[in-house]
Structure formats: C-alpha cells, structure tokens
Design a protein around this ligand. Structure first.
Ligand code: FES
Length: 141
C-alpha cells in the first residue's frame, strides 16, 4: 500500500481544519511546482499555542501532513513548534512515499511562517537562523 492508514485517516478526517478569526499569527506557503498552498492560523497565549487551524489547497499528503502537524503543536510552547521538522510529521504519519516528502515540508514551513508573523506583529526579537528563507528553499523547487 502506497499510503499508511494514518495518512489515509488524516486525509479523510483532517483535524483542525478552518480559520481562526483574529489569529495571532498566520503563515502561508506554496509550492511553485505543484501549485499547492497551505495556510496556518495560530492563537497564542503566553507563548503557548492554545489553538491552531489550517486550510490546505493541495494533495492528500499535504492535507494529512497539515492535520498531523497541527495536532503535534496544539497546546505546545512556541519553541517546541519551531523545532517540529517535516521528518517528524512524516514519521508520525507512519511515513510518506519518497516523492511525497515535499508535501510535509509545506507544513513545517507554514508553521514557522505563522510564528514569524506573530513575532513580527508583536515586535518580539527572534533568532533569524530558525527561519530559513522560504523563497530560496530548495525543497519545493
Ligand atoms: Fe504539492 Fe503534495 S503534491 S504538496
């Protein structure tokens, strides 16, 4: 079977789909090649992600990755969310086919962008090395 049961489950019943009005941070990334877009909304209280929602216009692996990634960061401190890698998301899904790994990268980057948005909006100093420049990122190209 190409996709694990967990991937199919999160694809068919994605968790945390939607929009947060007045979100504290919003991150959007797109993959130029496949045209898929992912948007993450964060509600942040005392550096803790109290709520997270996503909208993904993309393939099943991208939807499953967003669903799993949001589950993994919900209720967690920002610093933990910043450490979430696309590999950890793919592992939590019991793996993705090699040619679908880039879909999980969208989730990692959308979360980072949402946190960066929160830092910028609130004038909070941040470590630039934690935020790779998505424009020059090679994963999606
Ligand atoms: Fe575009 Fe999966 S094929 S994110």
């Amino acid at each position: 079977m190409l996709y694990s049961e967990k991937v199919m489950d999160h694809f068919k019943n994605p968790r945390n789909v939607g929009v947060i009005e007045n979100a504290d941070g919003i991150g959007e990334v797109g993959n130029a090649k496949c045209g898929d877009i992912m948007r993450i909304y964060l509600k942040i209280d005392n550096e803790i992600i109290s709520d997270v929602k996503f909208e993904t216009f993309g393939c099943g692996s991208a939807i499953a990755s967003s669903s799993m990634a949001t589950e993994m960061i919900k209720g967690k401190p920002l610093k933990d969310a910043l450490e979430l890698t696309n590999k950890a998301v793919a592992e939590a899904l019991d793996g993705l086919p090699a040619h679908k790994m880039h879909c999980s990268v969208l989730a990692e980057e959308a979360i980072k962008n949402a946190i960066l948005d929160y830092y910028k909006k609130n004038g909070i100093p941040y470590d630039h090395s934690q935020f790779p420049d998505c424009d020059s990122c090679q994963h999606c190209n």
